[in-house]
Design a protein around this ligand. Sequence first.
Ligand code: PRX
Length: 634
Amino acid sequence: MNKFRIGSMEDYEKAYKSSIDDPEGFWSAIAKNFLWDKEWDKVLEWDFDKFDVKWFKGGKLNITANCLDRNLKDRAEQIAIQWEPNDPVQVGRTLTYRQLFIEVCKFSNVLKSLGVTKGDRICIYMPMVPELAISLLACARIGAIHSVVFAGFSSNSLRDRINDSECSVLLTSDGSFRGDKKIDLKSIADEALEECPTIRNTVVFKRTGDHVTMQSGRDHWWHELMQAADSKCDYEIMDAEDMLFILYTSGSTGKPKGVVHTTGGYMVFSWYTFLNVFQYNEREMYWCTADIGWITGHSYIVYGPLLAGATTLMFEGVPTWPTPERFWQVVEKYKVNIFYTAPTAIRALEAYGVDHVKKYKMDSLRVLGTVGEPINKEAWDWYNVHVGKERCPIVDTWWQTETGGIMISPLAGITPLKPGYATLPLPGIRPVLVDNDGKLLEGNNVDGILCFDFPWPGILRTTFGDHERCRNTYFSTYKNLYFTGDGCKRDEDGFYRISGRVDDVINVSGHRLGTAEIENAINEHPMVVESAVVGYQHPIKGQGIYAYVICDSKHGNDESLISEIKAVVNRIIGPIAKPDIIQIVPGLPKTRSGKIMRRILRKIAGNETDNLGDTSTLLDPSIVETIKAGAINK
Ligand code: PRX
C-alpha cells in the first residue's frame, strides 16, 4: 500500500498535525512520490495579499509522464479507462494504460501537426467519450493548455470562452447522445466559430455519424488525422508553475472566469486527495458520474485516478435513461467498488422508488461519495440504506473549481461520518470561519463564512487574463484569507457543515450559476425591461431558478412571453440556466439608491412571506405586496 495512504484516525491526526507544523516538509515528501525531470528549488512561496502562490518552484515535469509513462511498468495491460456508452445496447470500450498511452501520443502528434505548441490554448467541446480524456492528456503532453467547455453549453457560451482565452484549436464531435436526445454539437460549434477569430483548426470526432458540414482547410476528422499520426511522442518538459488548464466557472458578477490551475501542485493535490478520500486500493473499479466538462471530471475522472493507476469508468449517459436503473446496471455490470455522484442524482433516483435499486447486485460497492451541493439528510439516508446497504461509508466531499481538489471530507472508513457534514479538513487544509466583518470565529459551535488562511498545492493561481479580478474575488473580501463564498457551521465536535452560497451564486443540480449571468440573458429578450433572479429550494435540483421579470407593457400574452424568455436563456447560456419559474412583475423592490433587495425576493420565492423584514427603506414598499400576491406556488 502507498505509504501516503492514511490508514487510521490516529494516522489522520498525525498527518494533519505534521501538515500544519511543517507544510513544506509535508507536501514535498508527497511530491517526491512522482516523476520529476528536475526537483524543485523551493516548495512554497506565497502572498495572499498580492495573491501570488508558487508550489514546487523550479521543478520540471510533465503530468502525463506520471499518468501514463510511469504506469507502463507495472500496469500496461490494466484497464485505464472503462467506457460505458449512453445506450446500454451499444458495446462499451476499454483502453488499457498502454492503449491510452499510444492514443495520447498519437493525438499529441496530431495537435503538433496543426501547429500547436507549448502555451497555446485548446478548447475542448466534446461528449463523454474516451477521446475527451485523450484530448486533455494530449494537450498536457505537449504543454498546450486545455479549456474544456461542458457540451451542454450554448454556442454563445462556447464563443465567449474561446475568445476570452484566445484558443487556436477547437476539439469537438459531430454530435452527442444524452439519454433520448441527440445534440448537434458541430452545428453549435460552427455557430460559435462565426465569431471566434483565433480558431485556426478544428478536429471533429465522429460519434453520431450524422451528416455535418466540414469547412475545408479548417475542419478535420479525428479518425483521418489519427490514421497518419506517429505513436511516439516525447513529453514536453514543463515548469511546475506552467498552466495545465483553464476552466470557466460562474461567480456573483460579470461573465464566467477562467480559473487557472498549474502543473505540479495540481498533480500532487489531485492524487493525494483521490487516494485518501476514497481510500483507493489497487485494481479497484472507480466510477465518478460527473462530466469532464466540470472540475470534478478533471480531477476525479481523469487526473487523480490515472495518477493513482486506477481504472476510471467514464459514462456517456444520464441516470434516468432508458430507465432509472441505469446507474445500478452499470455498477453491477462492472462491479464498481467506488461510486461518486451528486446529491441531485440521488434525489432524482430516490423519487423513482427503491424497487429499481433492489433488482441489482451491488455488493462490489465499498465506498460512496457525493459532491457539488449540500446533501440533505433524507437523500443521505436513502443512499446509505439502499445503495450502500449500510456498509459503505459516504464521503461528502466539499470543494470548488478554484480549490482543484477535495478540501473537506471524511476519509472513507477512517474518519467519522456525520450525515449532512463534510466533516473534517484534509491534511494540509486550514479552514477558518469568519463573521460578516471578517472577525475570526474561534472555537466550536460557530456559524460563519468559510475561508482558508494558508495555501494548498491545488489552489487556483489566477483567472485567465485578469489577475486583479482573481485577487478581488477571492482575496479582497477578508484580508489574507481565501474567500470561498460558502456559509459554514463548525459544530460542537469541530465538524464542518456547508450550508450553501452567501453570494449571488446559485447551485442548480450541482451546476454553479451566477444570478447576474442569467439576468443578462433574460434581458436580451426585446420585451424585457429588467429582471432579478434568485434561487429557491427545489426538491430534486437542490436549488431552482426563480426569475422576476419586468416587461414592456405591450408584451401581449404572458404564457408565450414566458416560454420565449426561457428559450432566450437556453440559447444564450444553455438548458441548465433555464428559469424554472418566471413571474412577470410591474416593478422590483429597490432601495432609494436603486439596489434590488434580493433578500425580499428570496423570501417570496421560498414562500417565506410572513416575515419579510424591514421594507421601509424601499423606494416603493407597496411593490412587495403586489409581487407577493402574484407569487407562483411551487
Ligand atoms: O457551494 C459549494 C458547492 O459547490 C460550490 C463549488 O461549485 P463548483 O466550483 O462548480 O465545484 C463543484 C464540484 C467541486 C461550492 O462553493 N459544493 C460543492 N461541494 C459541496 C458543496 N456544498 C455542500 N457540500 C458539498 N459537499
